[in-house]
Unconditional design. Sequence first.
Length: 168
Amino acid sequence: MDYVSYLIRRYCSRGIIIDTNVMLVYIVGIYDPNYLPNFKRTSGYDIEIFEYIHLVLSQFRKHIITPHILTELSNLSMNIQDNRLAEYFSVFKRILEATEEEYINRDNILHSDLLPKLGVTDLAVIEAAEKYKCLVFTDDRFATQHMRHKNIPVLNLKEIRTALWMRK
């Protein structure tokens, strides 16, 4: 956890790229933390993890997404129960309007040798992190490995969750 604190201190003024699943847990948690276990896409997360995400994100001046993350968030969010969609999307809109959206040229993504391994969204996250020299917050282990190989600073939520669980 000391390393997490170090990364937060080092990058809090530069910003943090919030990958799709972490952002989805954050949005659903802001909307209704008790809904986390009831929504298929966030059922593997609990209020404690949402609170941890909230704590981490509150320490950054700038929250960053890419258009690819925005699209994935929208598509995943459409699985929310119909009677909750309007209220949920009100929260969705408020949170995402407060983020900065960083565009990555499609040619940088499409011409990458890693496209078949990582996909469009993860490659855009990597490109944005390299371009803006900021921290990435994800739960994707495979993408985390590639980022670390490229010396991109990354917080992996699954690793943090394991560390929190082991401290209990």
